[in-house]
Design a protein. Structure first.
Length: 327
């Protein structure tokens, strides 16, 4: 089924978010997108409002975000869409609670939630609640927020959680999630956090499909956003060379960087256009359901099977609940 579905899909690696939404009118549709002040989240919000949608976008710093999102507000005014900004620090459960409370008090529903915000390869540190920063921000913050506001997702709605090719680097470690008993490696920690976001989508999909809600994880593609801001330029260049060499050794085509509009395409496709029952519980890349590829090459395409394992997803869910307590 997946293979046939991919073959009939008219979008691919080079498609942009606007390509995906071409000809669609999203007036009356509401979307929650985390991390809209830059990069893929900014472009995701822009494309949605440009087609008439209402977007609630979360940002860490409202003052900075108002300037960064000025073009999105202009696009919304032209197209009849709208953007509202909401302050949220995913690295703080207090902030997550406050944001969830505001959304629930407002009571307006969402057709889809796009969990886009994240950090990458940060120096070792902890969130205010004591979690390793990347796991705490990329997974636990979203886990706490989305579970709290899940009643706002409409029946037959969608959850899109951004993952990464980096999930191939490392499986989750439920025994030592905060690197208390092992040396910290920023890229391993990033990989673990993105495996966690994928497993969260799998578990959420299992829990909510009775309402017709489906969840999927998205690999947006490699693009030059400000996500790898903790990498010096030479280190980033070295990473791209490592990826290129690993792909060449495996007989894979060279890594192609995407533009930010191309990197936003799969998120928008999954949230708006894709057949929800075909993508539910899956890992997506290039506007298609990705195959499971269990080669040891961390820079191959496709998903590692451990990131889609339902029993592992359940175990992570239970461990995450233990870690965050009653948010």
């Amino acid at each position: 089924m997946n293979k046939g579905y991919q073959m009939t899909n008219k979008f691919g690696a080079k498609s942009t978010a606007d390509d995906v939404l071409s000809g669609l009118e999203l007036n009356g549709k509401r979307y929650l997108v985390t991390g809209v002040s830059s990069g893929i989240g900014l472009e995701t919000a822009r494309s949605l409002v440009a087609h008439g949608a209402t977007v609630v976008g979360t940002v860490r710093d409202l003052a900075k975000a108002e300037k960064a999102t000025a073009s999105v507000f202009e696009e919304a005014a032209r197209a009849g869409g709208s953007l509202a900004l909401l302050e949220l620090d995913l690295a703080s459960l207090q902030s997550v609670r406050a944001t969830a409370h505001r959304l629930l008090a407002n009571g307006q529903s969402f057709d889809a939630i796009i969990a886009n915000a994240g950090v990458m390869a940060t120096p070792f540190g902890h969130t205010v609640d004591g979690f390793e920063v990347q796991l705490g921000t990329n997974h636990l913050g979203h886990f706490a927020l989305i579970n709290r506001i899940a009643p706002l997702l409409v029946d037959n709605g969608r959850l899109v959680v951004l993952s990464s090719q980096a999930h191939r680097v490392a499986d989750i470690d439920l025994d030592d999630p905060n690197f208390e008993q092992q040396a910290y490696d920023p890229f391993v920690a990033y990989g673990r956090s993105k495996t966690a976001t994928t497993l969260f989508a799998v578990a959420f999909d299992q829990r909510h499909r009775s309402r017709g809600i489906r969840a999927a994880a998205v690999m947006p593609g490699n693009s030059l956003t400000d996500l790898p801001r903790h990498f010096p330029q030479e280190a980033l260049q070295g990473l791209f060379e490592t990826v290129g060499n690993a792909r060449a050794e495996a007989g894979l085509p060279p890594l192609e960087l995407k533009s930010i509009p191309q990197a936003a395409a799969t998120s928008v496709w999954a949230a708006v256009l894709a057949e929800k029952d075909a993508i539910g519980g899956r890992y997506l890349e290039d506007c298609a359901v990705a195959p499971i590829v269990d080669t040891s090459n961390p820079f191959a395409d496709g998903a590692r099977s451990y990131a889609l394992d339902p029993s592992k997803a359940q175990a992570l869910w239970e461990r995450s609940e233990q870690m965050i307590g009653s948010v």
